[in-house]
Design a protein around this ligand. Structure first.
Ligand code: FAD
Ligand code: SF4
Length: 509
């Protein structure tokens, strides 16, 4: 009788792990691989690669200590083992294999690869559900199938009732489901901003940093790597967030500031997405902090909504809509991503600050992603595929199931409004209200036309004028079109001219 092989991918590092629970350590084996196809299918940030490879090595070590035999393939750019399929093929050559057991992967392309293994290698393949999510995919599809429109808010209320988070019996704590209105303060330096917990690289991580620096062509800065790479470290990072930042998370959730890259955000997304934390333990900790009086309701609700609302919702949309979703381009965009998205070299201070922070940290918080880099790509009309690849490459937490709907749907509105009822298009005025970026910028945020005018402004009005057919009957955008209609023809022409200039010369701005 042959053995069973359990494949653990680099974003499935949770313990207990469903693959391990389905197998027997006395006779079955685990396989894990640092694969050139995975490190190279987009130009990933160096810190993202270090994070995943180091966390994998730590996981493999812990699995070995727990009695598992782990066949672990270390990164080797020259190796003939470059993909998951190569890894499985080699294992099938070395052992008599009856069955391969995996958890549901995080990307469509990996699922397709796995689904080909039965015919390719003549073995049974079992794909287990990913147990880390609050809402299973079947449950999401049941919820979605009898709805004309899918809206996060209604899904979220269902998840609140299901989990009981912040509920007083059947009603939401504080009488409202959503306290977003209280979560829009700008930050002016008080209270002092927090920082995520920093972890010095241990021997394993230092070895990975060495490998990545020498052998992998990666984006961004590798120096200063300090992400949690084990479950124990991620739990300490969660406790640190609750202690040092959570109380102000809500008030300043939308704020941006050049003095702080983190403000009161948690930097827990990469730990969640590779399995070092589960959404339930994170939400349990936040609810407890609220019950203990350490976190106000607007903060606890805002945070829990991101996790059991947005995070679960985008995953449901991804698996329901793929593979066609990745190709959508509902606004007919046709422009290339400007080069400065990679270099950070632009005179537009908000973009420069956000992209430089991204290059340093493999991180930007949600409003920087949505209202700065995302908003600019939307207004400019960048091809969705190019901006999606950028987000997938540059952030440590980026995996297709969560990056794609956020970028293609939430930011680019390329899915025809499936994810959000209106685009998050905004002029420089929004950025000025929520940050200090405009004060340090060579452009004037109050001007729309002229050489010194903030490029977001002309692009914003031009976006509305160009896409009138799509949006003018949208109730939530009526006010914006009333503003457009109040502009004289001459003003509209001047705006369109400035927008055309910005598009033509975008890499020189
Ligand atoms: P916090 O602000 O502390 O939020 C707490 C947690 O809520 C996060 O850790 C995250 O797990 C969850 N969360 C918040 N917003 C979202 C959201 N919209 N979708 C899913 N989860 C959310 N998040 C990713 O995890 N991976 C991505 O690849 C990713 N790509 C994005 C691309 C764009 C264009 C945009 C606008 C957002 C994207 N997000 C992505 C969502 C969000 O920006 C990040 O989750 C967040 O910035 C991570 O930082 P944090 O852990 O400090 O989050
Ligand atoms: Fe960004 Fe415009 Fe403000 Fe400059 S003036 S920081 S380009 S929004």
């Amino acid at each position: 009788m042959g053995i069973r092989l359990g494949l653990i991918c680099g974003d499935q590092l949770h313990w207990p792990n469903p693959v391990c629970e389905a197998l027997d350590p006395r006779r079955d084996r685990l396989i894990m691989g640092e694969l050139a196809n995975e490190t190279g299918y987009v130009w990933h940030h160096a810190k993202k690669i270090v994070l995943v490879l180091s966390a994998m090595r730590h996981f493999a070590e812990a699995a070995g200590e727990a009695g598992w035999t782990v066949d672990y393939h270390r990164f080797d750019a020259e190796s003939e083992v470059a993909s998951f399929s190569d890894l499985v093929e080699r294992a099938c050559r070395c052992h008599e294999v009856d069955e391969i057991v995996v958890s549901w992967p995080g990307e469509w392309r990996v699922l397709e690869e796995i689904q080909g293994w039965t015919s390719r290698f003549g073995v049974n393949v079992t794909i287990l559900p990913d147990s880390r999510f609050v809402c299973g995919l079947e449950e999401f599809n049941r919820w979605a199938s009898d709805r004309r429109q899918l809206r996060m808010e209604f899904f979220y209320r269902r998840m609140r009732k299901k989990t009981g988070y912040l509920m007083d019996g059947d009603v939401p704590a504080g009488g409202d489901w959503n306290f977003d209105k209280s979560n829009r303060k700008a930050w002016k330096g008080d209270p002092p901003a927090a920082s995520p917990m920093s972890f010095s690289p241990d021997g394993i991580t230092r070895e990975v940093i060495e490998t990545v620096s020498r052998h992998i062509d990666a984006f961004g800065e590798i120096e200063g790597f300090d992400y949690p790479v084990t479950i124990a470290q991620a739990r300490r990072a969660l406790a640190h967030f609750i202690r040092s930042a959570a109380a102000h998370f809500g008030d300043f959730q939308d704020a941006m500031h050049s003095d702080s890259e983190w403000l009161f955000h948690s930097r827990l997304s990469s730990s969640l997405n590779i399995g070092l934390l589960t959404p339930v333990e994170v939400c349990d900790a936040v609810e407890q902090a609220w019950r203990d009086g350490d976190m106000p309701l607007n903060a606890a609700e805002g945070f829990i909504r991101q996790i059991i609302g947005w995070r679960e919702f985008v995953r449901g949309i991804y698996w329901r809509e793929m593979p066609g979703y990745a190709k959508r381009n509902g606004l007919g965009n046709d422009r290339d991503l400007p080069d400065f998205y990679w270099s950070g070299q632009t005179g537009m201070n908000c973009l420069r600050e956000t992209i430089r922070g991204t290059r340093r940290n493999a991180y930007a918080h949600h409003i920087q992603r949505l209202m700065v880099t995302g908003n600019f790509a939307l207004l400019l009309g960048v091809l969705p595929e190019q901006i999606c690849d950028w987000y997938l490459a540059v952030y440590a937490d980026a995996f297709d199931w969560v990056e794609l709907p956020n970028t293609l749907g939430m930011v680019m509105h390329a899915d025809g409004g499936l994810l959000g009822s209106k685009p998050y298009a905004a002029s420089g005025k929004y950025i000025d209200r929520m940050s200090d970026y405009c004060a340090g910028c060579r452009y004037k945020v109050k001007e729309t036309t002229g050489d010194d005018a903030c490029p977001f402004n002309a692009l914003y009005w031009d976006f509305l004028m160009r896409h009138r057919r799509h949006f003018e009957s949208n109730g939530r955008m009526k006010m914006m079109y009333r503003h457009v209609d109040r502009m004289s023809d001459e003003r509209q022409r001047a705006v369109a001219q400035r927008a055309a200039f910005v598009k033509r010369r975008v890499d020189e701005l």
